[in-house]
Design a protein around this ligand. Structure first.
Ligand SMILES: Nc1nc2c([nH]c(=O)n2[C@H]2C[C@H](O)[C@@H](COP(=O)(O)OP(=O)(O)OP(=O)(O)O)O2)c(=O)[nH]1
Length: 133
């Protein structure tokens, strides 16, 4: 196959309030079900990463956010996808698990102990720092 000039991006949002980070528990696919992630999803064609964070959090959590700076390193995924994390700040609504099994707010200590999806584990030091841990 030829013609792919850029990796397609998956955005993941670090929503922090006080000293806690919002995590969402995946329901699918089976190998990821039960593990915790930063909410987000694939950037659609023609969409900016910030627009994708905004759309995904509205769809998945029913909230509006403003999107901030990048966090941590790029994580290469399969099929030419690259996973990137961004800070996001809640501006309207209370997060609800519309597309996840559950949500939780974790502090730095809880974050180190929770079962994150494998691809997100490299962000732990960056996230812990943001939480003041
Ligand atoms: N949203 C999100 N996806 C992640 C994270 N870590 C990680 O490896 N992934 C992977 C899981 C999936 O293979 C892919 C994103 O899938 P998704 O199911 O959240 O995205 P989407 O809503 O656009 O999915 P779809 O309906 O098109 O399948 O990235 C993370 O922290 N957040």
């Amino acid at each position: 196959m030829t013609g792919r000039t850029r990796d397609r991006e998956v955005v993941a949002a670090a929503v922090i309030q006080g000293r806690r980070l919002l995590l969402a528990q995946r329901t699918r696919p089976p190998e990821l079900a039960g593990l915790w992630e930063l909410p987000g999803g694939k950037v659609e064609p023609g969409e900016s990463p910030a627009d994708a964070v905004h759309r995904e959090l509205l769809e998945e959590l029913g909230v509006e956010v403003t999107v901030g700076e990048r966090i941590g390193a790029d994580v290469p995924l399969r099929d030419g996808l690259v996973l990137r994390a961004y800070r996001a700040e809640l501006i309207r609504g209370t997060p609800r698990a519309l597309d996840h099994a559950a949500l939780c707010w974790v502090d730095a200590r809880e974050l180190r102990e929770i079962a994150l999806v494998g691809n997100d584990r490299g962000w732990l030091p960056d996230l812990v720092t943001l939480l003041g841990g």
